[in-house]
Design a protein around this ligand. Structure first.
Ligand SMILES: [Cu+2]
Length: 270
């Protein structure tokens, strides 16, 4: 591994300048580069929290060191019998409350931003199964297909990362609001793509909604994030973010390729 790669990875910088390849990297510190407005805000909130936490830690450390030096047995042989100080007690109750409120306000703002789905341009379903994903496009053509992990040798041949590449990735257009409806067909799974800031449980008998708007063309990887059985670690997610024209071309061929596979979905979407 080159020094440049180690340094870039440690700083969390993408090595590729053009199309993004979003996946975990060796020596990575921090999160994958954000590729959606939601993830950008998560990252910003995370950084703001780090500042607050660091300030609190430094303050408490300074207090501790002061107490250890100023009031140890040698420096202060006769301790005072002071107890109760109303001002101090009110202060050390109120100040943490104020800090928590300062954290809560942007936190709730972010939660609402994630939860309120803008009008979607594209909607697909991600159906978790033991142990692969099925993607359904009930609005854009009424087809569905399975997306299973590539074996090591097939991944190497296809130039896909090991344990993350799939046979049939899901395609979405860039800069468009994509709504993802998740559900499970057997046990609880979770559809999660770190660079999108998306992690939504896929629960049998229930439809969960989430969304993302990828702002950069590229390939984004994720994994099932809910322990779902023996092959939980081997049902990766691969999302190709492409231009609108490329998406429409994919849609046209996907309709032909997959529509005949499942009559039930075709009927349900009519
Ligand atoms: Cu799973």
């Amino acid at each position: 591994m080159s020094l440049r790669r180690i340094v870039f990875s440690a700083l969390g910088l993408p090595l590729l300048s053009g199309a993004a390849m979003a996946q975990a990297r060796a020596w990575q510190l921090g999160m994958q580069p954000a590729a959606t407005p939601v993830m950008e805000r998560i990252e910003q909130f995370h950084n703001e929290l780090l500042i607050i936490i660091t300030a609190v830690c430094v303050f408490v450390a300074i207090l501790l060191i002061y107490v250890m030096l100023r009031f140890n047995h040698r420096a202060n042989p006769v301790p005072s019998k002071t107890h109760h100080n109303t001002l101090l007690e009110v202060a050390w109750t109120l100040v943490p409350v104020i800090i928590l409120v300062i954290i809560a306000i942007p936190s709730f703002r972010l939660l609402y931003f994630e939860a309120e789905i803008p009008k979607p341009d594209v909607t697909f379903q991600a159906i978790g199964r033991q142990w692969y994903w099925t993607y359904a496009f009930p609005k854009d053509g009424g087809f569905q297909f399975d997306s299973t992990m590539l074996k090591d040798d097939a991944a190497a041949r296809a130039g896909e990362p090991r344990l993350l590449g799939v046979d049939n990735p899901v395609y979405v257009p860039v800069n468009k609001v994509v709504e993802v409806i998740t559900t499970g067909s057997d046990v609880i799974h979770s559809w999660a793509v770190p660079a999108f800031g998306v992690k939504m449980d896929a629960i049998p008998g229930r439809l969960n909604h989430t969304w993302f708007k990828a702002t950069r063309v590229g390939t984004y990887y994720g994994q099932c994030s809910q322990l779902c059985g023996a092959n939980h670690a081997f049902m990766p997610i691969e999302v190709k973010v492409v231009t609108q024209q490329q998406y429409e071309a994919w849609l046209a061929q996907a309709k032909k390729k997959y529509a005949a596979d499942d009559d039930a979905v075709r009927v349900a979407s009519k």
